[in-house]
Ligand binder design. Sequence first.
Ligand code: DGL
Length: 273
Amino acid sequence: MSDEHAIGFMDSGVGGLTVVKQALKQLPRETVYFIGDQARLPYGPRPGAQVCEFSWQMADFLMKKHIKMLVIACNTATAAALPDLRARLNIPVIGVIKPGSRAALKASRNNRIGVIATDGTIRSNAYSDAILTKDPTATVVPLACPKFVPLVESNEYHSTVAKRVVAESLKDLKKQDIDTLVLGCTHNPLLRPLIQNVVGPNVTLIDSGAETINDVSSVLDYLDIANTSSTKRYPDEYYTTGAAAQFEAIAKDWLGQPDFHATHIDLGSETND
Ligand code: DGL
């Protein structure tokens, strides 16, 4: 059986494109519908209940477009909303935290695993719970890095300011003897070279979002809902609640698509202050 419907991806902003990038690479026949809630980011400092509410608005938008699977391409939203979305939607819902945790346990040799993420994700303990449930002997070193998301969203992730902020934010992590570091925010992979430079070549970086596409691929096969036809029936669609031009600038650079196009939409009434 072939299912040509799109896979939905959602994030607070451009971070979700790090997950989409892997999907385009590993699953080029699948149609991508993406929404980023840039008008209301960052999600990291917001209460979990509010992130859950916003996540539902994005999910409802994508469900109206008849997606066959939903990927929560945001760690903060996965921590806040995955159980609820999974319980109440009649399609598979995949989050980014468990795939990242599994990959970290596989990669680590000394069982000391760092996790960098938003305040909301760190507060939820979702990574510690996911890792320690599998291996109670592991040590998890969590660190909130609230300055990373604004750097990426303002398209400054190649800048010297970014280099300095990353170095300052991660300096305490260097004393923790971790050999594996989970990029527990989907915005982090855009800062990957800077992060690797600070933690050193002996620390393995785990891109949770990219790992998630392995799960997406497995579920497509398990449920027999992959698109097996040679062409995409539906073209990819990208939406943002923020300024389309700003989203496009980052997407063109990150995805390497000079013709990239995004559409502005409104979701809820509340916007950023
Ligand atoms: N990209 C999101 C994540 O993975 C969160 C960014 C935000 O704080 O809005 O957690």
